[in-house]
Design a protein around this ligand. Structure first.
Ligand code: MTE
Ligand code: MOS
Length: 763
């Protein structure tokens, strides 16, 4: 893999960049169709209850409106995903606030808004459940028989046998709250539907074939009668993984009934209130450690709040579970996990997909373990980092040349960690603004978990036209992360061409094959490999037929394509994913090769705390990672910077405040996300160890960066005193003793009037 590359590893400009910056790119709200009308959703005001009556208020010309209820659904009233528990429109019962009950469409957007307010839905309240604890305690059974969507058990060695021989046992409990994806462009769809042509939707989405599947089932149509087209997408971050199926279904139902194209665009408030967020979590750790810091046993109990319907929660739980023991070697591990139902809008995919939650708990916990043993945080980790040939908690033998210690050394050196730690320790007692520096070590598996990729059996196609243009056809979407550019680089490299010669077709289920969803950081590594293979097949066809010499110019390539298509026919190659025969996964035991490859990382954050105001700022950030071959250094660094910013937001600023299952701070003025003023310069460094199975050696990186959040301060002498006992009392919740993690008003907000939500605890 010491090959010279002409396209790979180069900062090739973003394929769609020019259109985005000139405003030429067309997002769904930029599109109009003749006779198009608008649609809105009437939602539940209560968390749980029985729908008794729907009344239409006076002063609205209702006869001009298209009104859709559950009874208008031609097929099954559910959003087909993993199971079929979530209705498209609530029929007799509602299970969360903002659940869709009724749809309205009208040409006049403003009248439509008035009409939405004039629909009165009478709901008889039923007792509801709002927390993990109440759901686990079965205060009310609100889903299935026990409120549990899914549970897993991962077992390695024998944890029970390890406690008696341990010199230290450290326990802790950690919680994280929900987080809003805050993509720039809210959810939106346009639909056209009639009984002759079927259903077509255009919209902002990550997974065209998820939407396709949901519409096929909802309308009971043959697959070819449903068409899903992705429009330019202003970010997804997981938030456009499940929900687009819902809004597409709503728009299509209105379109079918009205006979007109219907556009539905959420404003920010509706988007925040009604769509998915990151799963709140609770993690409990019990860890047995030897005096020298060697981990002997890790018992981990991991619970997610799934909200009212299952959506993708089992899969999020799975990833969180598998990542819960981190990049460490431990002979005995027991992870038990579950995702429970509450009467909140369903929680869903968000960058990292469950891993940020469990990794956060682990990295905070390991600091307590280090303090208990009397080691520095870095030394404890160094003594336990996983190495090549050792096994992860799921029993996966690491075949990669993983060198976490090297990543740690580099990160600590680049950040001046040791020097700063010593300096801060000396200076802090005399300062009002105190400083701290801490790091987190973690891993992230790319691609679907276990046999997921085998099951998806993704396809991608490369076509060469008679004029030498090369087209990539894939269902993978561009949402800012760089799919188009990366695919162009991979195809261009394989064909010995320039990226300019490669065209990426807009995902449209009537044109492109099903490459699987654009999730799980899988696009470059999994689908990119299919693109690379397909491009190589094209080249081979041209060589084998003698139209192309071994060495050629772009002009000769064009000539060869012309000859081939003229004499033989269409020049195209469709490649299907083949699961490597040496990767095995046992779904029953939850053991085996969970991921083909992992990205490995150590991130260091320097923070300051104003002890008068509790204001925390991140002053410096160093991100060192090993991600295989970097295909595009600018886009890759952008992925890390953006992900770190989201991680900083999650750790320090963003706080969803819930009241009876409803987000009550659903505005950008009171849901505080970091702005560019709150984010330090993020210094990104890559180690490149090409992954043999990735395209040109690449692995996935998209979801790596939001995983680590562990802001540490040098433990005070008094807190250390509590630790060297054999049995350490259970550590209180992270919020209870971490004043720096309290939410705070943004510095430029008037400080005399704190926003209403500051009383809520940061979870
Ligand atoms: N980067 C941008 N700019 N916009 C996004 O929506 N989504 C993230 C990540 N990076 C996202 C992003 C998420 S949740 C995933 S799963 C990956 O990108 C998906 O893209 P990939 O498979 O190309 O990594
Ligand atoms: Mo990403 S959360 O897998 O869309």
């Amino acid at each position: 893999m010491t090959m010279e590359h002409s396209q790979i590893g180069k900062p090739v400009p973003r394929k769609e960049g020019r259109e985005k910056v000139t405003g030429a790119a067309r997002y769904v709200d930029d599109l109009t169709f003749p006779e198009m009308i608008h649609g809105v959703t009437v939602r539940s005001s209560l968390a749980r209850g029985k729908i008794l009556d729907v009344r239409f208020g006076d002063d609205i010309p209702w006869n001009e409106f298209t009104i859709v209820t559950a009874r208008d659904i031609p097929g099954k009233n559910c959003i087909a995903l993993l199971i079929e528990d979530q209705p498209c429109l609530a029929d007799r019962f509602v299970n969360h606030p903002e659940e869709a009950i009724l749809l309205l469409a009208h040409p006049d957007k403003y009248l439509l808004e008035e009409a939405r307010r004039a629909v009165h839905i009478e709901i008889e309240p039923l007792p509801a459940v709002f927390s993990i604890e109440d759901s686990l305690a079965r205060k009310q059974i609100i889903w299935g028989e026990d409120n549990i969507f899914k549970s897993y058990r991962v077992e390695k060695g024998d944890v029970a046998s390890a406690w008696s021989g341990a010199e230290f046992i450290v326990e802790g409990e950690y919680e994280t709250g929900a987080q809003e994806q805050l993509y720039i462009e809210p959810q939106g769809m346009i639909a056209r539907a009639n009984s002759f042509d079927g259903v077509t939707v255009w919209g902002s989405l990550q997974c065209p074939y998820y939407v396709h599947k949901a519409l096929v089932s909802l309308f009971e149509l043959p697959k070819e009668k449903v068409r899903v087209v992705q429009t330019e997408t202003g970010g997804g971050f997981g938030g456009k993984e499940e929900y687009p199926s819902m809004i597409a279904a709503h728009a299509a139902l209105l379109a079918l009934k009205s006979g007109k194209p219907v556009k539905m665009i959420y404003d920010r408030a509706e988007d925040m209130a009604a769509t998915t967020k990151r799963h709140p979590s609770r993690t409990r750790h019990r860890t047995a450690v030897r005096r020298d810091g060697k981990l002997l046993a890790m018992e981990i109990d991991f619970t997610l709040d799934g909200g009212a319907y299952e959506t993708l929660s089992p899969v999020v739980l799975s990833r969180g579970t598998i990542h819960a023991a981190g990049p460490y070697d431990c002979p005995n591990v027991l992870i038990q996990s579950r995702v429970v139902a509450t009467n909140a809008p369903p929680h869903g995919a968000f960058r990292g997909f469950g891993a940020p939650q469990s990794v956060f708990a682990l990295e905070r916990h390991l600091d307590r373990v280090a303090a208990a043993v009397g080691l520095s945080p870095e030394e404890l980790r160094r003594r336990n980092f996983i190495r090549e040939g050792q096994t992860l908690s799921v029993g996966q033998v690491v075949h990669e040349k993983v060198r976490m210690d090297k990543l740690l050394d580099r990160a600590l050196e680049l950040s001046g960690y040791h020097e700063k730690r010593a300096r801060f320790a000396k200076e802090n007692p005399r300062c009002v603004i105190r400083r701290g520096i801490g790091f987190a070590a973690f891993l992230h598996g790319a691609g679907f978990t276990g046999s997921g990729e085998e099951y998806l059996a993704s396809e991608a196609q490369v076509t060469a036209t008679c004029d030498g243009k090369v087209q990539v056809l894939a269902g993978s979407t561009e949402m800012g992360q760089g799919t188009n550019t990366v695919f162009a680089q991979i195809a261009a490299e394989a064909l010995g061409l320039d990226c300019e010669q490669i065209e990426i077709l807009q995902p449209d289920t009537s044109l492109v094959p099903n490459s699987g969803p654009t999730v799980a950081s899988r696009t470059t590594m999994i689908v990119g490999k299919l693109v690379e293979t397909a491009a190589l097949v094209i080249k081979k066809s041209l060589h084998d037929t003698g139209f192309l010499k071994p060495a050629y110019t772009p002009g000769e390539f064009t000539d060869a394509c012309r000859e081939y298509t003229g004499k033989i026919g269409a020049l195209q190659s469709l490649v299907k994913y083949q699961h490597p025969s040496d990767l095995h996964w046992d779904d029953g035991k939850y053991q085996g090769d969970a991921y083909g490859a992992y990205a490995w990382a150590v991130y260091v954050a320097e923070v300051s705390v104003d002890t008068r105001t509790a204001e925390v700022r991140v002053e410096d950030f160093v991100a060192v990672q090993e991600v295989g071959k970097v295909i595009n250094p600018v886009l890759a660094a952008g992925q890390i910077e953006g992900g770190v910013a989201q991680g900083i937001g999650f750790a320090l600023y963003e706080n969803v405040v819930w009241q009876e299952g409803r987000m009550v701070n659903g505005q950008m003025t009171n849901y505080i996300m970091p702005t560019s003023m709150d984010v330090p310069s993020i210094r990104v460094f890559f180690e490149e160890l090409p992954y043999a199975r990735g395209p040109a050696g690449a692995k996935g990186i998209g979801e790596l960066p939001p995983c680590p959040r562990r802001w540490t301060f040098r433990p005070s002498a008094s807190s250390l005193k509590n630790f060297p006992t054999r049995e350490v009392p259970r550590v209180p919740k992270a919020s209870a003793n971490s004043p720096w993690m309290e939410p705070r008003p943004r510095s430029r907000m008037p400080s005399h009037r704190p926003p209403a939500w500051t009383s809520a605890r940061f979870r």
